[in-house]
Design a protein around this ligand. Structure first.
Ligand code: GLY
Length: 313
């Protein structure tokens, strides 16, 4: 690999109340190592982030793909995005329910369509037409939790009640296990993110993940992927802020910390970010809660739980 040391950094989401730290790190480590090994087979920065996210989508530990949480009506509405910093190309899908792996569909949008973001029915039709594997439906555990939440949290029957109850429910849910990956190889960077969104969201709600610049961004020397309450990243364009700072000469650590400070000040919400630069520096941090991450750099594995606001290489 010459002077370049490929790096892959992945996260399993921020602020899950029942976070089983050793278990989450175990799953992340296995996935990071498998995805990273693609560099040895000649695959590039985009292939590796897509693979890492796809493996997390296939693991019900995480809120993405097969482990996706449900909206207020008990439906799947998954979001995903991918971006190649070396070309500036991006692809995303939102509110998709058909594909098992929305990140694959996002890559198809990036590479095979003239579009950037395909939503709902259109995304599902595209996935079906392309012969994508169908989502197996929510896991038993997800269905059980949905039933519990519904009976515990929703009691109103009128529209006003419903809206105020949704606000209350969302305020009390600290479960945002979006997954994401960033990588750097031969000076090229990429980012990918996937999620089932947030529990009990209003049908049709779209979060930060598929909004290019909010939850996912890669350009020139920097790539970032976010997790947490999506609305916080949408009003601050969190991922783009990190990448802009990196391209303006900031270290990855400083770019992430400054962006998190802004998010905290502006929204007061829980949000986490991972980022890399084209010199293979990486960093993970969050405004509150906990963020589990694993990185592989030049074959060496690093891991951590960011508990305050910072962890880095
Ligand atoms: N960050 C995931 C979401 O808010 O949908």
């Amino acid at each position: 690999m010459g002077d370049f040391m490929p790096v892959l950094l992945i996260h399993g989401g921020v602020a899950r109340p029942s976070y089983n730290v050793p278990s989450v790190l175990f799953h992340l480590q296995k996935i990071a190592i498998e995805a990273y090994s693609m560099f040895d087979c000649g695959k590039d920065h985009v292939d590796v982030v897509e693979k890492a996210v796809l493996l997390m989508e296939n693991d019900p530990t995480f809120n993405a793909g097969v482990g996706s949480v449900l909206n207020l009506l008990g439906e799947l509405e998954m979001d995903a995005a991918i971006m190649d910093g070396s070309t500036g190309m991006a692809g995303a899908v939102c509110s998709a329910s058909f594909p098992k792996n929305p990140i694959r569909l996002a890559r198809v949008v990036m590479e095979m369509t003239p579009h950037v973001l395909i939503s709902g029915r259109g995304a599902d039709i595209l996935a079906e037409k392309l012969g994508f594997e169908r989502h197996p439906g929510p896991t038993e555990e997800i269905l059980k939790r949905y039933g519990e939440m519904r009976s515990k949290l929703l009691s109103g029957d009128g529209c006003d009640d419903l809206l105020s109850e949704v606000r209350r429910v969302i305020k009390h849910i600290n479960y945002f296990d979006t997954v994401g990956a960033v990588s750097s190889c031969y000076g090229k960077v990429a980012a990918a993110t996937s999620t089932g969104g947030i529990w009990m969201k209003l049908p049709g709600r779209v979060g930060d993940t598929p909004v290019i610049g909010a939850g996912t961004y890669a350009w020139l020397r920097g790539a970032a992927s976010g997790t947490g309450l999506g609305e916080a990243a949408m009003v601050t364009l969190a991922a783009k802020s990190v990448v802009d700072r990196i391209n303006n000469g900031r270290s990855v650590r400083s770019a992430v910390i400054q962006t998190l400070s802004e998010i905290k000040k502006h929204t007061g919400k829980i949000y986490g970010l991972i980022a890399v630069n084209s010199s293979e520096e990486f960093f993970a941090g969050q405004t509150a809660g906990r963020l589990a991450w694993v990185a592989v750099k030049d074959g060496e594995v690093f891991q951590g739980i960011s508990v305050s606001r910072s962890q880095c290489n």
